[in-house]
Design a protein around this ligand. Structure first.
Ligand code: SF4
Length: 311
């Protein structure tokens, strides 16, 4: 990737080995507690998003969430079940990888610490965390992760300053020092960035790469724009009219010249050229209007080129 220095690792460095029926990989969703309410998320994954449902109740968007039974539930627990702990201890010799998910997993650091401390061969274990980058890591968790074989730390960033703030409700300046601190304090870390593609950020990808480059991270492993919105499906880039997607493709045509090996950009280029998911487009507009109303924002003001299609 020209201009951005990435770690020279191969998939084989990250793969897990097993020839047994033992549990080697724990994939743990700690809770749906989250301090953000990103537009492409929904109440089942974020308690903050769940709070907004109260204000959306009488809107088409509110009915849509209710019809899909995506209701607000508060799933969290600060205690680890004793039976679960003993299962981990009994399996300690086989575990090779533990993945923590949320909500925002760093809101549950005490749970992570308890969980990791119940494993007795930390030096053989890869830990994966995907975070929104807004929460500082406690010293105790940093120390514990430093005992692990590897921390694969992914941060989600969907746009440069204005669009990022529109989508996530916070400023990029807030997450920058936290990402750097986590990067610097953990010796066996690899850092990845996950950019979710959606209707609001189709012009943003080169700008996000520029922002990542300026962070100057020495342990950067991967940047991917492979993630796309499955639900709500009306935020999928293919709901937008083809004219505006062609403009986004032109930006990517220039970008790919300096990033010729980035297959995730190539995949996005292909997606942008596919036929419109016309059946969802009215929902895209309704959702944008309803959420803008209750959050006192205006997508059309910040990105009129796309916004004019959503009015
Ligand atoms: S940070 Fe993640 S879990 Fe929280 S609202 Fe955003 S996408 Fe959802």
């Amino acid at each position: 990737m020209k201009g951005i220095k990435k770690l020279d690792l191969y998939e084989s460095d990250l793969k897990i080995e097993t020839s047994t029926q033992d549990i080697v990989w724990y994939d743990i969703r700690l809770s749906n507690q989250c301090n953000l309410k990103c537009r492409h998320c929904y109440p089942a994954l974020s308690t903050s998003w769940g709070e907004d449902i109260k204000f959306l109740k009488e809107t088409e968007t509110g009915k849509l969430f209710t019809n899909n039974k995506i209701e607000y539930t508060y799933l969290h627990n600060d205690e680890l079940d004793e039976k679960f702990i003993s299962e981990i201890v009994n399996n300690s010799n086989f575990i090779q990888r533990i993945e923590f998910k949320g909500g925002e997993p760093l809101l549950k650091q005490n749970l992570m610490i308890k969980f990791l401390k119940s494993v007795n061969n930390l030096e053989k274990i890869q830990v994966d965390i995907c975070s929104n980058g807004t929460i500082r890591m406690k010293d105790e968790l940093t120390d514990t992760l430093n005992k692990c074989k590897l921390l694969n730390m992914a941060f989600s960033v969907e746009g440069s300053e204005v669009i990022f703030k529109y989508i996530r409700g916070i400023s990029l300046n807030k997450i920058e020092p936290i990402i750097k601190e986590i990067h610097d304090n953990i010796k066996n870390i690899i850092v990845c960035f996950r950019i979710t593609q959606m209707v609001y950020n189709i012009f943003e990808f080169p700008k996000v790469y520029d922002w990542i480059k300026k962070l100057n991270l020495t342990k950067l492993y991967d940047i991917s724009i492979q993630n796309y919105v499955v639900f709500p499906e009306f935020l999928n880039v293919r709901t937008l009219p083809i004219e505006i997607r062609k403009e986004a493709q032109q930006i990517l045509d220039v970008f790919i010249k300096s990033h010729p090996t980035d297959f995730t950009v190539k995949k996005l280029q292909k997606t942008l050229g596919e036929s419109q998911l016309i059946e969802y487009f009215n929902l895209t507009k309704t959702f944008t209007r309803d959420l803008d109303n209750i959050r006192n924002t205006s997508f059309n003001d910040i990105e009129p080129k796309i916004g004019k299609y959503l009015l």
